[in-house]
Structures are given as C-alpha cells and as structure tokens.
Design a protein around this ligand. Sequence first.
Ligand code: HEC
Ligand code: HEC
Length: 174
Amino acid sequence: MKTQKKLITLFSAIGILMMVLGLYAFTTNPIADESYSPQPPWENLKVLPKDISKDSLDHLMKGYTLALGVKCNHCHAPSKTDPTKLDFPSDAKIEKEIARGMITMTDEINEKSFKPYFPKPIPHQVYVVNCVMCHRGNVNPEKYLSQMGDMYKTYDPNRDNRKEKILESGEWKE
Ligand code: HEC
Ligand code: HEC
C-alpha cells in the first residue's frame, strides 16, 4: 500500500514537471529573440527559387527550425556589425551549406520517386518527403533512431564529428 502511494506521488510529480516543460517549449518562439525582419529581394539563394515570396520563405524557414528542433541561429551566423542580430545571407556556418544539400536531396527524392507515380501531379502531392520525416525534431536522425532498439543501430558516435572534420580538412570554404 505504502509503495503504491509513493509511486502515485512520484508519477504526479513527473507529470507536473512535464507540463511545465511543455508550456515552456510553447513560449519559446524561434524568431522572437532574433529581431527578424529580412525582406526580399533575397541576396544569396542558391537552391530555393530566387523570387520566392516572403511568406513562403518564412514558412519554409520556420519549418526547418521545427523539423530539426533548433532556432534560426543553428544555420544562420550572427551579424558582424551587430551580434544580437543574424546575418541571413551570410554563408559563414557549415550547417547552412549542409541544409542546402538536404533541400536538394529532398527535392530530388520527391521529383524522382514520387512525382512520376501520381496520375496528375499537383504541387502538394509531390512534397511527400520533407525534413521532419527524417529529423523529427532532432539535428541528427541517426542518433535518435539508434536509441529505438538494436534494429536501428547504424549510429556511429565517431561519425558525429563530421562537421568538425570537414572544417579541419580545409575542404569547406564559405
Ligand atoms: C536548417 C537550416 C536553417 C534554419 C534552421 C533556418 N534557415 Fe534560413 N536559410 C537556410 C538556407 C540553406 C538558406 C539559403 C537557401 C538557398 O541557398 O537557396 C536560408 C536562407 C534564408 C534567408 C534568405 C537570406 C538571403 O537574403 O539570401 C532568410 C531571410 C532566412 N533564411 C531566414 C531564416 C529565419 C528567420 C529562420 C528562423 C525562423 C531560418 N532562416 C532558419 C537554412 C536555414
Ligand atoms: C532522408 C532523411 C533526411 C531528410 C529528408 C533530411 N535530412 Fe537532414 N540529415 C539527415 C541525416 C541522417 C543527418 C545527419 C548526417 C550527419 O551529420 O552525419 C542530417 C543532418 C542535417 C543537418 C546537419 C545538422 C547538424 O547540425 O549536425 C542539417 C542542417 C539538416 N540535416 C537539414 C535538413 C533540412 C533543412 C531538411 C529538409 C529540407 C533535411 N535535413 C531533410 C537526414 C535527412
């Protein structure tokens, strides 16, 4: 009887903690603290359409932050003149370049493996594969899959410093 009571208290304590954490997650807006107001014309788009509207770009960028569980500053470097702001056109962060590769890969999968098999492809059908399908709120999908069980143990911690290795090798240039 006693242990049962203790367990109930423990579980309610955990429950309350989770609720507080959950509320906290909802109040942290990925844009709010980065005083965001960039407007077209965009200066440095290499894979997205150069004339993409502000609404569409905002929608995509917000989607990336949610899919990876990060904020804008994961891919965008701080401004050199005002470090409290982000320099969106800058290519100083390797994460931005990796993201370009990911955008291209995702587009290619949709284009080659899905589009041909829809009788009358309309744009929203063709975007089947997207960032969140792999990332699910994590920067490294391999890492969280490896926690799911023996079947998915492809994650190699030695591979997780890939970015550092590319930077060290000097192969990656801004
Ligand atoms: C996962 C990485 C990633 C995240 C997170 C991200 N972005 Fe981006 N962003 C990119 C990439 C990649 C480009 C360039 C796309 C291209 O080359 O076509 C870009 C381009 C932009 C541009 C266009 C800059 C220009 O003029 O060339 C703006 C503005 C921008 N992002 C705003 C944001 C905002 C605001 C957020 C947070 C809500 C955000 N981004 C989060 C990857 C990211
Ligand atoms: C087919 C699965 C898949 C899809 C779809 C995918 N990614 Fe990834 N992504 C990965 C894997 C796996 C890694 C980890 C690779 C590594 O670092 O070795 C990764 C790594 C990244 C990284 C580097 C993260 C870091 O900081 O270490 C960024 C940025 C990224 N992805 C952005 C994106 C964006 C943006 C999209 C959607 C346009 C996307 N990804 C779609 C599988 C995927």
